[in-house]
Write a protein of this length. Sequence first.
Length: 377
Amino acid sequence: MIRVVHITTALSPSGAGVYEAVRGITTRLAETQAVHVRVLGLAAQPDTWSRDRSGWGNLDVTVAAGGGLRGLRSLVRHAERMPVAGVNIVHAHGVWDGAGLAGRALATRAGCPLVISPHGMLEPWAFQHNRLKKLLPWHLWERRTLAQADVLEAKSDLEATSFPKVGLHNPVAVIPVGLDIPHVPPASRSEGGPRRCVFLSRIHPKKGIDMLLQAWSQVRPTGWRLVIAGPDDGGHLPPLQALAKSQGIAADVEFLGPQYGAAKWDLLRSADLFVLPSHSENFGIVVPEALAMGVPCIATTGTPWAQLPQQGMGWWVDPTVTDIAAALGDAVRRPSAELAAMGGRGVGYVNDTFSWPAITRQTAELYARLVPAKGSP
């Protein structure tokens, strides 16, 4: 049996896509007979861990505590003290938050391979956003840590192209994210009420919500309502609310706040159209989640979703106000039955492509290739 330690700072649902990806693969790997999983994580708000613990099932989870630099140090200290007997692989998730640094410390002590999944944090837009704050950690530890990884894992071919752009030429494995799709009744879209266009993700500049609001202002579709849902990441919600007001669309835009668990799926099922206008995404898990609920999608070329128009499931456009507005205009003019048919194609595509058994098998096979490779002549 291969023994793997996963390291992450996304222990709660507020970690969004990273949380879903890490929780998903660790719990699935633990169900196999081939991989034993432990998790080392950081809880920036320890008082919420008792609530979030249930999401990790029966996994062995060690929790470091603290926010900011204090949390980073706590995570690394735990990695420096964790027992290493029998550890075959260390798999760290994320950049800038200390997970990779802790992973390097643990892998060095264990003498085992290190896998790092950047989760889109090295893509050009993300890398340049708040660049001055990232320069110090990049030069002090991140670049060296990433360069020493035995494998960089990308969630899409698009993400893999970002690694050489920052000087990283490690071996790369591309393994997408699997989906936890609940067994739910058919979509419950209101008859006679406004049709709903939904955005669901973190409220963050990376997500391009300002472009979506400006595009909505240009289109101003009759009989539609724009719903923006997700946690406010860094105080970016009030400026967006002010933008909606200044654009004269506040009455047609609803800011719904975070939506987790059943509430998230209910929201997606109620949508007639989904939009992810991001500048950059390594995967964008909410796109296949929306497709799984039978909702056609608009995504930008900053995301790896060229399949949307290729498979007749939606639109893939440049991350500009003009192009997002053009896609919105096209979508809202289409009859409900046509949008539903596009969403139906999405259901089939997701079921065929993002099953957890296949993705778990790919990950276990990656680990199996790495274990004998470390220290081989």
